[in-house]
Design a protein around this ligand. Structure first.
Ligand code: GLY
Ligand code: MN
Length: 463
C-alpha cells in the first residue's frame, strides 16, 4: 500500500468532484468462496483499491459527500479464519493504513445504504462487472441484476475516470517497476525463441518471472508463432525457423495493482529474413513515429491515424498496397493489415478503467468513437493530458480468413494488391508495444528500454 495520505487525498479529491449523496464501493469477494476453494487468485476491485488500498475480500467502503463520512466495512477474522489464513490485522488497523478512522461490520454497509435511500438521498455506484457484485448491489438497492449497470451513476463514473486517468508520481513509479519486470520477461522470451522449443515452455517461464518479481501477469500471456490471431492464448506450437513469435505480456503489482503491457515480436532463431525485416521495419517505424507525436492536447485518434498512414506508406513501398495514402486511410483500407486500435490507457487495469465503460475513458463529447472497421476498435481517442499513461501498439497482420473475405468482396481493390498479399498468408503477424507517459510537453517511454530494433533483437538472440 501507499502511505495513508495518498488514500486520504484521493477521497478528498472525489469529494471535490461530487457534492450530493454518497458513493458506495463494494470490494471484490472471492471468485469461488465455497467449493471448489482456492480455484482463483484473489483480485481486489481496482477502484476500491484506489480509494481504500486494502487487498482483501469482503470489504466495502462509503464516501458520504454530504456528511463527509468515510467508512470501511468488514468483519474481523474468527478462529476458523485464523486456522486457514493465519492471524490477520483487525479491520480498524487495516482502515488506519488507508487513513480511515471509522470502521464497521460488513452487515452495516447495507443498513447505511438503506437509511440513505429512505431519506431520499442519491446513492452513487459504479457499474459492477462481476456476478457476485451485481447480486450484492441488486439485493441492497432493490434493482434487478440485469438493470444494475444502467442504473450506475454517470457522475461517479466521470469523477473516477477524471481522477484515475491522471497518474501521480508514485503511480508512475509503480507502473515503471512493472515495465522493468516486463523487460526480464521479454528478454528471457527472446533468448528462448529458438527452433524446437514449445511455446508453453516460454509462456510458463515468463509467467514465473512475473510472479517471482512482482505479482501475477496483468492478463493471460499472449504468445504465439501465429501472431496473426491478435489475442492468441494457445501455447502448443513448436517454434520453427521462418516463423515470428509475438509475445504480448506484462505483470501487475501484487500490492498496488498497477500493471505493464508490452509486446515484442522476434524471428524464431534470432535472424530476420529480408521479408520479415521489411514488414518489421514498417511496424517499428509506426511505433516510433506514434510515440514521437505524443504530447498534451493532441487527440490520440490523430496519432492512431498517423500510425495507419505510416503502415500504409510502408506497405505501398513493399508492393502490398497502392494508391493515395490519405485516401486509403480515410477509407479504412489499412485495417486489412492493422485491424485494431493503436493503444489504450494503462494503470490499475491493463485497459485502464475498462470496467466503468470504455467510452467514458477513451472518448468524450468532442471525440466520439468511429464506426469504421479498425478505428472502431481504438480504445482511446480523446485529447491527451499530462499524466496519462497509455500503450502504443501498432501491428501488421496477415489474417488469411480476412484477406479471403475482402478479396472475394472486391473490397478496396484500388488500395490493396491482393495478388501480392496472397503470398504473405503464411507470414503471421507483428506487433510492437510500449508503455508511455504523457509529460507536460511531450512523452516519456516508461521503464528500461526493451530491445526492439532489428539489430538489438538479433544481438540479444545471438547464441
Ligand atoms: N495486451 C493486450 C491488449 O492490450 O489488449
Ligand atoms: Mn495493450
Amino acid at each position: 500500500m501507499f502511505k495513508p495520505e495518498t488514500y486520504i487525498l484521493r477521497r478528498k479529491a472525489l469529494k471535490d468532484e461530487i457534492r450530493t449523496g454518497l458513493a458506495i464501493f463494494p470490494g471484490n469477494t472471492e471468485a469461488s468462496f465455497n467449493y471448489p476453494a482456492n480455484t482463483y487468485h484473489y483480485r481486489q476491485d481496482s477502484t476500491f483499491s484506489y480509494f481504500f488500498g486494502i487487498n482483501q475480500p469482503d470489504l466495502a467502503g462509503i464516501i458520504d459527500f454530504e456528511t463527509g463520512a468515510e467508512i470501511l466495512f468488514g468483519n474481523d477474522v474468527d478462529m476458523d479464519d485464523i486456522i486457514w489464513m493465519g492471524p490477520q490485522p483487525s479491520i480498524a488497523d487495516r482502515g488506519a493504513q488507508a487513513g480511515i478512522k471509522h470502521t464497521a461490520p460488513l452487515a452495516d454497509f447495507a443498513r447505511y445504504i438503506e437509511e440513505a435511500r429512505t431519506a431520499g438521498r442519491k446513492v452513487h455506484f459504479l457499474p459492477p462487472y462481476r456476478g457476485e457484485t451485481k447480486i450484492q448491489l441488486s439485493e441492497i438497492l432493490g434493482i434487478m441484476p440485469k438493470e444494475i449497470k444502467e442504473s450506475a451513476s454517470v457522475d461517479l463514473i466521470r469523477a473516477v475516470v477524471k481522477l484515475r486517468a491522471v497518474k501521480s508520481a508514485e503511480e508512475i513509479t509503480e507502473i515503471e517497476k512493472m515495465v522493468d519486470v516486463a523487460y526480464l520477461m521479454h528478454t528471457t522470451a527472446m533468448k528462448m525463441a529458438h527452433p524446437g522449443i514449445i511455446e508453453q515452455e516460454i509462456a510458463g517461464t515468463i509467467e514465473g518471472i512475473a510472479l517471482a518479481n512482482a505479482g501475477p501477469v496483468s492478463f493471460p500471456v499472449i504468445l504465439s508463432i501465429n501472431g496473426q490471431t491478435l489475442h492468441n492464448h494457445y501455447h502448443g506450437n513448436v517454434l520453427a525457423e521462418g516463423r515470428m513469435m509475438v509475445v504480448d505480456a506484462g505483470c501487475e503489482s501484487e500490492e498496488t495493482l498497477y500493471s505493464s503491457d508490452i509486446t515484442r515480436t522476434v524471428p524464431v532463431g534470432g535472424k530476420f529474413s529480408s521479408r520479415q525485416r521489411e514488414i518489421y521495419e514498417i511496424v517499428l517505424n509506426a511505433n516510433l513515429k506514434a510515440i514521437e507525436a505524443i504530447k498534451p492536447g493532441i487527440p490520440y485518434r490523430e496519432i492512431h491515424l498517423l500510425a495507419a498512414r505510416v503502415i500504409t506508406d510502408g506497405l505501398k513501398a513493399a508492393g502490398l498496397m497502392k494508391g493515395d495514402t490519405d485516401e486509403a486511410v480515410a477509407a479504412g483500407a489499412h485495417a486489412l493489415f492493422f485491424p485494431h486500435g493503436l493503444g489504450h490507457m494503462l494503470g490499475m487495469d491493463v485497459h485502464d478503467l475498462e470496467g466503468v465503460g470504455e467510452n467514458f475513458v477513451g472518448y468524450d463529447d468532442e471525440i466520439t468513437r468511429s464506426k469504421q472497421f479498425g478505428t472502431a476498435f481504438l480504445r482511446l481517442g480523446r485529447r491527451l493530458q499530462p499524466g496519462f499513461v497509455l500503450t502504443v501498439e501498432p501491428g501488421i497482420y496477415f489474417i488469411p480468413a480476412l484477406i479471403d473475405q475482402w478479396k472475394t468482396e472486391g473490397k478496396f481493390t484500388q488500395f490493396i494488391n491482393y495478388d501480392k498479399v496472397e503470398a504473405y498468408k503464411d507470414f503471421g503477424g507483428i506487433r510492437i508495444e510500449d508503455d508511455v507517459l504523457v509529460t507536460d510537453n511531450g512523452y516519456r517511454v516508461l521503464g528500461k528500454p526493451i530491445p526492439k530494433t532489428v539489430e538489438e533483437i538479433e544481438n540479444l538472440m545471438r547464441r
